[in-house]
Design a protein around this ligand. Structure first.
Ligand code: ES4
Ligand code: ZN
Length: 328
């Protein structure tokens, strides 16, 4: 209880949260009603009971099905505002949020409604709640390279509302190199670059290598398997890369005996990590405070480590230096 209060009181930053993964069951029903859609569940409890997955593909199937209620600009506003309000209530001062526009374009939603709704929420949340935020467009890596390029091209006229691009969804058979041209185009437009290197994937070290060496990412999402490569760890340290770790879903490096705790392992290896919530609506509604409480317990984090890590987290952000100084 003392530790929970301590964690709640820390000023925090969040860098790895999928907005569509913050779509709570209650809001899903409300948006379905507003948009004249019928969900195949009797009530919130039945919907939540259906959130049962055992790996990345089975999680993603539930996540993509769930976001089908997002159709209009106000839906994206409500989604983003609810997350920002929750984060602000937990003393998160700054957040960088992912979104998956290809999924919305597939349903005929205009990019301007997706980015417009989220941007309006960011503006209102900053004014009313004091939380600052930015937006990262993710390429859905298991869709085609053409689909990702179409999304990037549709978003670039609104690039002032984006801070970066990322890479998410099913990693198997979809290496970072599939999107080399997309990342290059985004960087040329002034955007930052990050990529998911999910835990315990096929060719995981080659994907991390591609992200760092070939794509030259500015950050890595997850990336815990780097603990299996001294060479890649040295490279990440030399480049002062930050890793956005999400211990709820991706907390253990497998294939080692015994399995390695990612948070403890990366901290002890001297890597820069931040702890994040990923998809809280699908992870028992555990937002950053709850994730940190569990991580503290699981990885035996001391108060000094928590303070150091959350303060260091403000160094990972793609914000202007004035805002960074105000957060520190
Ligand atoms: C995701 Cl790869 C991955 N992990 C967790 N949440 C996600 N949402 C979209 N892609
Ligand atoms: Zn993620």
């Amino acid at each position: 209880a003392d530790m929970a209060a301590f964690i709640a009181g820390l000023p925090k930053a969040e860098y790895h949260v999928h907005l569509e993964g913050t779509l709570e069951a209650e809001m899903k029903f409300a948006l379905a009603r507003r948009n004249g859609l019928q969900l195949p569940f009797a009530d919130v409890a039945a919907l939540k009971a259906s959130y049962r997955y055992h790996d990345l593909p089975s999680f993603l199937a539930i996540y993509y099905d769930g976001m089908k209620v997002l159709l209009k600009e106000p839906d994206f506003y409500d989604l983003a505002y609810a997350y920002l309000a929750k984060a602000a209530s937990q003393n998160v001062l700054y957040a960088e949020m992912f979104f998956d526009p290809q999924e919305h374009l597939k349903r005929g939603v205009a990019m301007a409604d997706v980015i417009g709704g989220i941007t309006r929420a960011r503006t209102d949340a900053a004014a009313k709640l004091g939380i600052q935020s930015q937006l990262i467009l993710c390429f859905v890596r298991d869709l085609s390279a053409e689909s990702a390029m179409a999304a990037l091209d549709a978003a670039l006229p609104m690039k002032q509302y984006l801070v970066g691009v990322g890479l998410d969804s099913d990693e198997k058979g979809n290496p970072p190199s599939k999107f080399a041209a997309h990342f290059a185009k985004a960087r040329a437009a002034g955007l930052k670059v990050t990529a998911h290197c999910d835990l315990n994937q096929e060719n995981t070290l080659e994907h991390i290598r591609q992200a760092i060496v070939d794509i030259r990412v500015d950050r890595i999402d997850h990336g815990g398997n780097i603990l299996q490569s001294p060479e890649l760890m040295a490279l990440a340290k030399a480049k002062n890369l930050y890793f956005t770790v999400c211990p709820t879903f991706s907390g253990t490096v497998q294939g080692e005996a015994p399995p390695v705790d990612v948070v403890r392992g990366m901290l002890d290896a001297g890597l820069n990590i931040t702890i994040n919530s990923d998809d809280p609506a699908y992870m028992a509604s555990e937002y950053l405070n709850e994730v940190l409480v569990k991580a503290q317990h699981r990885s035996a984090l001391t108060k000094a480590e928590l303070v150091r890590m959350e303060r260091n987290a403000f160094m990972a952000g793609w914000m202007d230096e004035g805002l960074r100084a105000a957060c520190l």
